[in-house]
Design a binder for this molecule. Structure first.
Ligand SMILES: C[S@@+](CC[C@H](N)C(=O)[O-])C[C@H]1O[C@@H](n2cnc3c(N)ncnc32)[C@H](O)[C@@H]1O
Length: 321
């Protein structure tokens, strides 16, 4: 029998393994919740288990009140008036949208000749659907419009086939259980609240990517990726190479759901780019040539073949030799 992970453990693990080294404030806040019986009781008594996750609470408080100065202020905001925070947690989910994740895919996309139709599953607001509009800097190797407000820096290691051009994207579509709309201020405020307070560069990138997407909003379909993918792929222009991709999505699915998606993606007549945490697809993971202790790192794979490791927010790319 697998032991239940308590809410206190979840917050403690989040503080020590996720926030530590990235967000001193969120490390303090999550450690505070882990040791606070009143806060833990509120979460356990008011929310179903999946809704008690640290990132959701932290973003909900941020949306309601702003950035807390310390744990005392944070707990005061929540416990003095819990309902607004709890309501956000019930009605929202973690949908962080990080356009920098496109950097790892660019070496693959840029080698496709002719028109490309992009289909992103788990697209959130669809900000990863604009790799042809961003400026990239791969350790000094630059590609993309110099005038682009979205500047993405990606460190590279190994024999990365550095892109010399951008793909010719002629069609972009996304699928999400709950697509966010870049034209909707509440949706954009939620995307902002999901970025950790110290990550100012990510906030700036989000604002710039939202401006690009607002100028030409993506086609987003509401639905489950398993049941909706075929019909969206069928809408793509016939003369384009269809690329189905996803980043940071498959861990939302059960192991059975991931297995079904793997089979579907392998069977479709498309180029399939997957960028997911190491354990998402055992079939792909088994072929990764490099052993690594950090399972949170993403594996980049093309049509089932692993080709690189990537930093989960797009900061670096390590191509397999
Ligand atoms: C962490 S976000 C990643 C967004 C984007 N791919 C990125 O990397 O910036 C994961 C997204 O997947 C969506 N999602 C989760 N399960 C899904 C499913 N079964 N079908 C469609 N979308 C799903 C969530 O709603 C969320 O917007």
């Amino acid at each position: 029998m697998v032991a239940e992970v308590s809410t206190a453990d979840r917050y403690s693990r989040f503080a020590h393994f996720e926030a530590k080294g990235h967000s001193p404030l969120y490390q303090e806040l999550a450690s505070g919740v882990a040791a606070d019986a009143e806060m833990l009781a509120l979460l356990d008594d008011s929310l179903p288990k999946p809704k008690r996750q640290p990132n959701l609470l932290l973003a909900a408080v941020r949306l309601c009140h702003g950035v807390a100065a310390d744990y005392g202020q944070f707990r005061g905001w929540v416990l003095d008036d819990p309902e607004p925070v709890l309501e956000i947690m019930r009605t929202h989910s973690t949908q962080t949208n990080e356009p920098a994740r496109t950097a790892a895919m660019l070496p693959i996309l840029s080698r496709i000749e002719g028109p490309v139709a992009l289909v992103e599953v788990g697209a959130s607001a669809g900000l990863c659907l604009y790799p042809d509009r961003f400026h990239y800097d791969f350790d000094g190797h630059q590609v993309g419009p110099e005038s682009s407000p979205v500047r993405i820096r990606c460190a590279v290691e190994g024999p990365v086939p550095l892109p010399e051009r951008l793909p010719e994207v002629v069609w972009r579509a996304g699928i999400d259980l709950n697509p966010l709309d870049v034209r909707n201020e509440d949706d954009v405020a939620w995307l902002r609240a999901l970025i950790w307070p110290e990550e100012t560069e990510r906030q700036e990138r989000l604002s710039a990517a939202v401006e690009i997407a607002r100028a030409e909003p993506p086609l987003l379909f509401t639905g489950d990726l398993l049941s909706t993918l075929d019909s969206v792929v069928a809408r793509a222009p016939e003369d384009a190479t269809v690329v189905v991709f996803h980043t940071a999505v498959l861990n939302y699915l059960s192991p059975e759901g991931r297995e079904s998606f793997y089979r579907k993606a392998m069977d479709l007549p498309v180029t399939w780019i997957s960028q997911e945490a190491g354990g998402a697809f055992p079939e792909i993971n088994a072929k990764v040539p490099e052993q690594r202790s950090d399972k949170a790192l993403f594996v980049l794979a093309v049509s089932g073949e692993p080709i690189a490791l990537t930093e989960p927010h797009g900061g670096w790319l390590r191509w397999f030799g």
